[in-house]
Design a protein around this ligand. Structure first.
Ligand SMILES: [Fe+2]
Length: 232
């Protein structure tokens, strides 16, 4: 037996005595909620050209002075320590921009906690990927938000070169993929432009496609973590 929604809806409230019950439109009888959504935010940083030129120049100095560290980077350079604490102003400026974006995103997700009552630590590092360089799939455990700011991104017309890809964190989804519904897609990839800052929850697995372009791809990634203020 098939049941139509219209068969089981309650009658309209304002019926006069003697009226036949009238079905309400389906929109009034179905409540569609989206549970457990994963936010992804993309910020266009204004006037980023001069900032990016300074970040490239000062980043090259750090790179000349340090071999960097091995993390998710393959054939690329990953700076050591917190780059926002480096001496050059451009790094502190970007650290401030990252903080602002994190606070904005935290407001947008309608957090009940007031960020002003919490301590926020933002710690960043530079990734420089020459042709062939990429980042293997990973998460950033222990943080709330993770982000990436794009300093330089070679122009690519086709293909996946330099794209960042996010993998669906939910389990048991292969069965759902048969239906092809956007809500259950397996992955989402983006190629942000220079001056763009993207922000996502740190549990979200992501990776970067190999740089197949001629130029270098430079980004500054960061983690942002809230903690209770001491004494609160
Ligand atoms: Fe990452």
């Amino acid at each position: 037996m098939s049941i139509q929604f219209a068969d089981i809806v309650r009658p309209a409230r304002r019926s006069a005595p003697g009226d036949r019950p009238r079905a309400e439109p389906m929109a009034d009888t179905v409540k569609h909620e989206k549970l457990f959504a994963t936010p992804l935010l993309r910020y266009a940083v204004p006037d980023h050209e001069a900032l990016n030129a300074s970040l490239i120049e000062e980043g090259a100095k750090l790179r000349a002075a340090s071999p960097g560290v091995d993390k998710s980077n393959r054939n690329g350079w990953h700076s050591a320590g917190n780059i926002f604490a480096e001496e050059a102003d451009c790094f502190a400026t970007l650290g401030e921009i990252a903080r602002e974006a994190v606070l904005d995103a935290t407001r947008r997700i309608k957090a009940k906690a007031d960020p002003a009552t919490l301590r926020l630590k933002v710690s960043g590092w530079m990734n420089a990927n020459p042709p062939g360089g990429f980042n293997a799939p990973h998460t950033h455990p222990g943080a709330h938000w993770s982000g990436v700011y794009y300093v330089s991104q070679p122009e690519v017309e086709v293909g996946n070169s330099g794209m960042i890809e996010f993998l669906d964190p939910r389990s048991d989804l292969p069965n759902w993929r048969l239906l092809g519904a956007p809500a259950f897609r397996a992955k989402k990839k983006l190629r942000p432009r220079p001056g763009e800052l993207i922000l996502f929850p740190s549990y979200l697995t992501h990776w970067v496609y190999p740089n197949e372009a001629g130029g270098e791809r430079v980004s500054i990634a960061f983690n942002a973590t809230f903690r209770k203020k001491r004494g609160n």
